[in-house]
Design a protein around this ligand. Structure first.
Ligand SMILES: C[S@@+](CC[C@H](N)C(=O)[O-])C[C@H]1O[C@@H](n2cnc3c(N)ncnc32)[C@H](O)[C@@H]1O
Length: 406
């Protein structure tokens, strides 16, 4: 590979760009090309000072298909024999992409259909809310680099499953391995569940640090996963449709060589700016797992059984909103956590609610206040005690009454 191309972003049609690259010189190619959406994609930077755009309109699916095939053939030529290609698409052209990839790479080099799944909250169309995109993983040969990854066990995993070693018995059935005394053999270093082909990675929320306002900007966490799964430090990563440079930023942060092409001068400029000061937004959901959210949600749902509320996910201060219209704005609710004082819970609720134009809030107290001084709770907050807390208090009172009666 020509050294002068290392860590560059070049404005060009990727078909022309690839012609400068030697056969088998790239270890990983990730492409997120136009999806044939028949739209001009536009979006603004966070301060709304700049608009970025790219065109995704085509005369026909045949045109689109021919355009992509020419490029996929070049990507195949430059891919190393141990290398991988990831093709990002969605429901509009996934059938075309799969066909093209099968014909250029060969069906036997198809590795996985990755479903990138994310939560979305509203749907403007009649029909099902689109909540996933597809990434096809192909390799050049059967001798490809792969570094296994693991996910955390879910909270519902059987404890024996976590701690005990399993083997196949003579019928090929998975059973717990036992020592000569018939005792199961425990295993303290299980790595987790092997990564599946369904990836739950949040889309960039409007306030994410790394969001720069490029249309179809992908999260760095998605690219981190791909890059770490099939490449090593010092490998060459190419994104031929690099847009805002997400792949390049991830490659840089992970110590890979990168090369990006984009036909748009704005995209190239933006990628260079991002590469000069790379930012990654960590996702609490990925650190703690979706189960931890579901667990909180479950507790809240249990607490509010029978109440007309909408549970809120991923908000630091608000757990739910009471359904209905109130002259005081949205009626927000927070449940006091076991590790929080009443004042801390009230502050979290107050800060989060004020920004939502809420003038009245409900805090559900779940345990006694052991603070030295009476908490200073904002007047906007109404405190209600959870049933469990009321029962605890009643128990305490009855125990005290019984003690003073003897
Ligand atoms: C879906 S966007 C990529 C977004 C990118 N993954 C990100 O996270 O920002 C597709 C990009 O392909 C670029 N593009 C379209 N045709 C191209 C071509 N023939 N060669 C290179 N880039 C092209 C567009 O300018 C656009 O930036």
């Amino acid at each position: 590979m020509k050294k002068q191309l290392a860590n560059r972003v070049i404005q060009t049609d990727c078909l022309d760009g690839c012609r400068y690259l030697d056969d088998e010189s790239i270890d990983l190619i990730y492409l997120d090309p136009p999806f044939c959406s028949q739209k001009e994609h536009r979006s603004f930077t966070r301060d709304r000072q700049l608009m970025y755009a790219y065109s995704d309109t085509w005369n026909s699916l045949e045109d689109y298909s021919k355009y992509m095939k020419d490029r996929i053939m070049e990507f195949h030529r430059i891919l190393h024999s141990n290398g991988s290609l990831f093709y990002h698409c969605d429901r509009r052209t996934s059938h075309i992409a799969r066909n093209l990839l099968d014909s250029v790479f060969g069906e036997k080099n198809f590795r996985s259909e990755i479903i990138w799944y994310y939560k979305r909250w509203s749907n403007t169309r009649q029909g099902l809310l689109p909540a996933h995109q597809t990434i096809y993983w192909y390799t050049k040969t059967g001798a490809y680099h792969f570094f296994p990854m693991y996910e955390n066990y879910s909270a519902s995993t059987n404890v024996d499953q976590l701690l005990q070693r399993r083997i196949r018995d003579s019928y090929g059935k998975s059973v717990y391995e036992r020592d000569k005394n018939g005792q199961t053999i425990s295993l303290s270093n299980k790595k987790g569940v092997p990564l599946s082909d369904v990836w739950d990675i949040p889309i960039l929320n409007p306030k994410a640090k790394e969001r720069i306002g490029y249309p179809s900007q992908k999260p760095i966490l998605l690219l981190d996963r791909i890059i770490r799964m099939v490449s090593e430090s010092g490998d060459w990563v190419l994104d031929p449709f690099c847009g805002s440079g997400t792949t390049l930023v991830s490659a840089k942060l992970n110590g890979r060589n990168y090369l990006g092409f984009d036909i748009s001068p704005d995209a190239v400029k933006l990628s260079k700016q991002r590469l000069a000061a790379p930012q990654r937004t960590d996702s609490q959901l990925m650190i703690s797992g979706r189960d931890s959210y579901n667990q909180i949600e479950q507790e809240i749902i249990t607490l509010f059984q029978g109440c007309n509320i909408i549970p809120i996910q991923r908000n630091r201060g608000i757990d739910a909103i009471v359904k209905g219209h109130f002259c005081t704005g949205p009626l927000t609710v927070r449940v006091q956590r076991s590790c929080e004082t009443l004042a801390e819970a009230a502050q979290a609720l107050y800060i989060a609610s004020i920004s939502k134009q809420s003038e009245k809030m409900i805090l559900v107290q779940t345990h006694a206040n052991h603070e030295l001084f009476k908490s200073n709770i904002p007047a906007e907050i109404e405190i209600v005690e959870s049933i469990a807390f009321q029962i605890e208090k009643l128990k305490e009172k009855l125990t005290k009454d019984a003690a003073s009666a003897v």
